[in-house]
Ligand binder design. Sequence first.
Ligand code: BES
Ligand code: ZN
Length: 895
Amino acid sequence: MTVLTQPTQQPTTTYLKDYQVPDYLIKTTDLRFEITDGETLVSSMLHLYRNPAASSPATQLTLQGADLELVSIAIDGRLLETTDYAFGEESLTVFNTPEEFSLITITRIKPETNTSLEGLYKSRTMYCTQCEAEGFRKITYYLDRPDVMSEFTTTVVADKKYPVLLSNGNLIAQGDVGENRHYATWHDPFKKPAYLFALVAGDLAHIEDSFITCSGRKVALKIFVEPKDLDKCDHAMTSLKHSMRWDEEVYGREYDLDIFMIVAVDDFNMGAMENKGLNIFNTSCVLAKPETTTDAGFQRVEGVVAHEYFHNWSGNRVTCRDWFQLSLKEGFTVYRDSEFSADMGSRTVKRVEDVSLLRTLQFAEDAGPMAHPIRPESYIEISNFYTMTIYEKGAEVIRMLANLLGKENFRKGTDLYFDRHDGQAVTTEDFVAALADASGRDLTQFKRWYSQAGTPRLHITDSYDESTQEYSLTIKQTCPPTPECQHKLPFHIPIAMGLLGSAGDLPLVLKGAEPDFETSDNTHRVLELTQAEQTFVFEHVQEKPVPSLLRGFSAPVKSTFDYSRADLAILMSRDSDGFNRWEASQQLGLHIINDVIAQFQVDQHLTSVSIDPSLVNAYRQVLRDESLDKAMVAYMLTLPTEAYMTELADVVDVEAIHYSRAAVRSHIAHELRAEFLAIYHDYDHQQAYAATADAIAARSLKNVALGYLMLLNDDAVIRSCEQQYRTANNMTDVIAALTQLVNAQAPLAQTLAVTALADFYEHWQHESLVVNQWLSVQATCVLPHTLQKVQALQQHPAYDGKNPNKIRALISSFCNGNAINFHANAGEGYRFLADQIIVLNAQNPQIASRLLTPLTKWKKYPPARQVLMKGELQRIMAEPKLSKDVFEVVSKSLV
Ligand code: BES
Ligand code: ZN
């Protein structure tokens, strides 16, 4: 036996430009899992044949494999000698392979000690798998790449203490094996890449329903959970049925198998996974009931169920050629699930939520050391590229395409894409080509969105000539350099817009263009910016308008236009675009907070600040506006978040942002006290819980009011808040009240908070997902000494340092959702985080790597903090045995 050793210790980089088709393909894959306590034997029989598309006929076969013990290997029934094959770092090469042959391998794996939660592992009482992106190689030797698609048959053999044995596709056989053991055999008729493989063995309960597809086929729907969670499955089932109907109606996509299963597991690195016919979900993304789950939790379940279901077409039937194409399935599927959620609830609210996420987290990523295009050029560890850019910016790019093509042509395009590529592994180029072919549009320039990273900046100016009644908008685009590219070519940017006059939207007569017939009254249109600078001239404009730009956030860009505060108030109160009404509220809020920041910068010990009344006046109008959705009122009355302000800043002043925003909030609370009291007291606190859009909206507005009222230091309010905590019939209101008590400075609130926190744990200690919310509330407390409390909570019996949900609830909440404490001056927050990452690096590299994000942003902070943050990154870098995951992020951050 030969050992092929790597010449260097440095992890290798994989490049898109090096892509080559596989030498061999796998017609069928037959797997047998013998699960016993402590180890599992995996027998694999692969029917391999030379790929006719390969450039030269291969005479050897290299399979991927990691952490496997090879027991035996045979070709066409002949056991191989050790000279017939060689091991590489994470591979096995078999020499002298024929044109077509069967390969049988037997490998031994240890799911019980697999803490990476990739491959086959044990979560509490059940065995389960996670194979995307490259986890299948931890199960058996295989061509673990998405362009190798095979027909799978899987037999699972286990002790009867695991009564439920599942895999992809249809159950074709089951029975006993001796007295205590049993087996089940599943066959998936659809060819799939290994990353979509799944297996589950456990003592699970399930709920069952069915769905009749548009062609009249009956599909069995099952959700499997630990028996204690059986009462929390209904919402996911309803969401699943809504998703199935929606995909038929909106995309003409029918489900293909006769069975669709979801399994909930408690230890899961991600939210959920779209394995063919057998989705595996993090419990946090499937379980929901009013007593334990917040409104946000309900909406998350609906969105994730839809997302994973939609992958059946955008991902599974048509999959990715290689992992550089990840956004092909993820960006498109996020766009699909986002439109689904918009249709299920409020479209504008969903848009505000998506844009907020994009503008804080994705824009920050695009401005940092890990910036990459939505189709990256290279990676060290692909797990690091399941990013906000691939997902959220990827979805925005699809949204722009949908808007540029219009509803009908976009649907023609997606129909063509699914038809043309069904059963294939394709590229983002193939996707865009299908849209271009179906619509007749030239998308050549548009494709730069796939290859250039960075957030484009628009600098917009206007001018109005009263004598000619011409109004012109001049738009300049630039894009800052990112690691992969210094000089960007202009993007093709759709800019949806309108012009506001004193009596509402003005008709748009764009010089040199046809009227836009997609809108009935011709007051809205999409300008297509393709040059570095362009001027658009509108004729017959009878008064100087206020432009409403980038309506619905029509492109993922940062734009500046010099609005006066009065302009912003006008947009807030009467733009016909709901998104831009909210956007104006954010811009006005920024003006006001920045005023205060400026005052603090002159005098650090300022005791009273002066605050421009325009914001409160505008808020008052919003509160009086009966036409607004309550959820929109709630969002419009919420100041720009610290995270958004951090992203906007060139140099982040953590204290200035935190205390100035707090000062403005407190000012608003005093000025609008009567209005907020009215909202709070008019709310019917006794009403039965419903997770409908209207009920969610009313609750969020009421809780925003409570948030302001709690800034008044008023004992009566504090007691109302505590009463809400004690008597609410749903988790949204309980958590909202608890959060307010925990963050309030008044001694009465602090006393009540201590009691409430103890009471909460006492009551909910047996509900793991509820305990996670309890951890998060404490980790995000803005008062001093939170880090010590977080550290104490790590020792609490409720905490489990191996469970990703617990890590996210405590560690990640503190480091990402508590800037004022995480960035404490002596650097103790940074040191704490680095310590966690060093432990997790060995245990669960994916989670370790994700936790690094806040430290990677060090260049945005003032010098003293830079030194501390960078020092922690260097300390991590010096660790022996860094995982590829952590190595990639740390090394790129230190450049
Ligand atoms: N395919 C992913 C899950 C995944 C990601 C597996 C990375 C392995 C590595 C799945 O479809 C997904 O995108 N899930 C999201 C939730 C979704 C609603 C955006 C997740 O897990 O966060
Ligand atoms: Zn996905």
